[in-house]
Design a protein around this ligand. Sequence first.
Ligand SMILES: Cc1cc2nc3c(=O)[nH]c(=O)nc-3n(C[C@H](O)[C@H](O)[C@H](O)COP(=O)(O)O)c2cc1C
Length: 260
Amino acid sequence: MDDISLYRYFLKDSIRKNIDFRSSDQHRGVPVPPAQEPADPSLPRIDLPDIRSFSKAVPEMDLKAAIAGRKSRRRFSGAPLTLEELAFLLWATQGRREPARPTPHFRTVPSAGARHSFETYLYIQQVETLAMGLYRYLPLSHQLVVQATLKAGSRKELSDAVFGQHFVADSSVVFVWTTVAYRMEWRYLQAAHRVILLDAGHVCQNLYLACEAIGAGTCAIAAYDQEAMDALLQVDGEEQFTVYLAPVGRVKSSASGDRG
Ligand SMILES: Cc1cc2nc3c(=O)[nH]c(=O)nc-3n(C[C@H](O)[C@H](O)[C@H](O)COP(=O)(O)O)c2cc1C
């Protein structure tokens, strides 16, 4: 197989026929990995507004209008988001569909085998009542955990980590999705990686549409410096690493400045 064929092979599901799924950790009886990375109990947590309160904070929006209006936005006004709006975006991208039930597997987005391999990190600059910092979403309890405060120079670090796409650092909050690949590999072995990236598309599309509903905008970002971004999030880059990100901010003007 030449080099380009090898990469195309990754896009195909042919690989499934060559995998002995009886050797998967799931089949061998290895316990299911946690649906969410444990949070250091010494780190502060923030309870997010309940989805039942969204009706007050988030106006109703026609789905057709949200789909028709969706576009990649790269100009942000700098006006802060509210905590309710952030909670809505988190619920729309990784939230539990049936929070009253004990299962963590059903979310507002689909996932191959309901494995949900993502963690959501938030680089927050302008959200009302939240200090600037690096946060992580805990979907099981609908909370934020404060991972770190932002140091002087961290904005430049962020900008560098996206190869100078400065609009990312000009946003109110950057959603960064990492994968804990083993959550998917536990069941799918070498067939895991293709579906991890398919899963990511659903997550970001929900973010696009949810942003439309609150007068905000986003832009999917797949061009980033892998090692720099992982270092920024303080993840190990092996068991857990960045796969996708998206800056969110209030939209400056609906007219211009957004290429594409
Ligand atoms: C997988 C993916 C990766 C992307 N990466 C970037 C990126 O790194 N930088 C950027 O400015 N836009 C990025 N975009 C946004 C595209 O440029 C944009 O979707 C495209 O130009 C079409 O514009 P529209 O989203 O407004 O329809 C990405 C979009 C997708 C789906």
